[in-house]
Design a protein around this ligand. Structure first.
Ligand SMILES: C[S@@+](CC[C@H](N)C(=O)[O-])C[C@H]1O[C@@H](n2cnc3c(N)ncnc32)[C@H](O)[C@@H]1O
Length: 267
């Protein structure tokens, strides 16, 4: 009972911090995860970055050497150790507290599409993009009876070659940056720059912040993002620990919010 009260108070303080600064900064260091996160304790999600997880090993075998076909294979074989089975808590929280920009939003590498559906609303049309046909089929199946179905679209395409017909106001990257080969990161930033409106916002959930070797997921650091985003004219609005990360990822995940300037890229 006391625990529940504590959770509510912590969330209230989080909401106040967000609405006062509109930055999505998570205020309390002691926010407890929902009961449901505890149930994730020992499954494949917890062990996403541990090489002892055979599902991660399998994913790496699929993707290394064939980054396009490998993702399709991992989806075909049901090897999706990153999949939370529900929206990312902090993304849902930002949406529910009115801290996300409205307009057109994109989730590249959307996988099963939970975040796409979670933030779609009359004021925000969301496009979920994935290179895997199987992922898109799954996302469409899962969301087919969603009451907000007219506010999102799923699309099978390669983020690096796809050209949208209109630019976006918001792009959310979660476990996409860490999924691509590190030598593709500059191209990732260039695409972000090219498909986001001037003044638009890029949200990066930075994970896994660790020393692990190899991937995917490949280790990330704040400076990895700065190194490729700064030359493209992005400025960080805020970078904070993600206190709403699912329990197995706590301490290894940061929430970054970046604004794309209207200036041209310096590259
Ligand atoms: C680690 S998963 C993350 C999925 C989702 N964001 C989540 O957190 O559940 C990475 C996803 O990116 C997709 N992907 C990989 N390369 C891609 C590319 N070049 N363009 C679009 N999607 C890609 C994969 O098929 C996979 O679904």
């Amino acid at each position: 009972m006391g625990h529940t009260l504590f959770q509510i108070r912590s969330l209230q303080s989080i909401t106040r911090a967000i609405s006062s600064r509109n930055l999505g900064i998570i205020a309390s260091k002691q926010v407890r995860m929902e009961k449901r996160d505890e149930s994730h304790g020992n499954n494949g999600v917890e062990a996403t970055t541990r090489s002892i997880n055979p599902r991660v090993d399998k994913l790496q075998q699929f993707v290394r050497g064939d980054s396009t076909g490998g993702w399709q294979d991992s989806w075909e074989q049901g090897v999706t150790p990153w999949d939370l089975g529900r929206p990312t808590p902090v993304i849902l929280h930002l949406h529910q507290t009115g801290a996300l920009p409205k307009g057109r939003a994109l989730v590249p590498g959307c996988g099963s599409g939970y975040d796409v559906v979670a933030i779609a609303c009359p004021e925000r049309h969301v496009v979920g993009l994935d290179i895997s046909n199987r992922a898109i089929m799954k996302a469409e199946e899962l969301s087919s009876s969603s009451p907000n179905a007219s506010y999102f679209t799923f699309l099978k395409a390669d983020f690096f070659t796809w050209s949208p017909t209109e630019l976006f106001d918001l792009i959310i990257d979660y476990t996409f940056f860490c999924a691509i080969e590190p030598d593709m990161r500059l191209a990732w930033a260039k695409r972000m720059h090219d498909i986001l409106k001037p003044g638009g916002e890029l949200i990066t959930l930075m994970f896994p912040i660790s020393d692990q070797v190899g991937g995917p997921p490949y280790k990330v650091s704040v400076s990895d993002y700065e190194e490729v985003l700064h030359p493209m004219g992005f400025k960080a609005i805020s970078i904070v620990d993600n206190e709403l990360a699912i329990r197995p990822r706590q301490g290894r995940e940061k929430l970054g919010r970046w604004k794309r300037s209207s200036a041209q890229s310096s590259l």
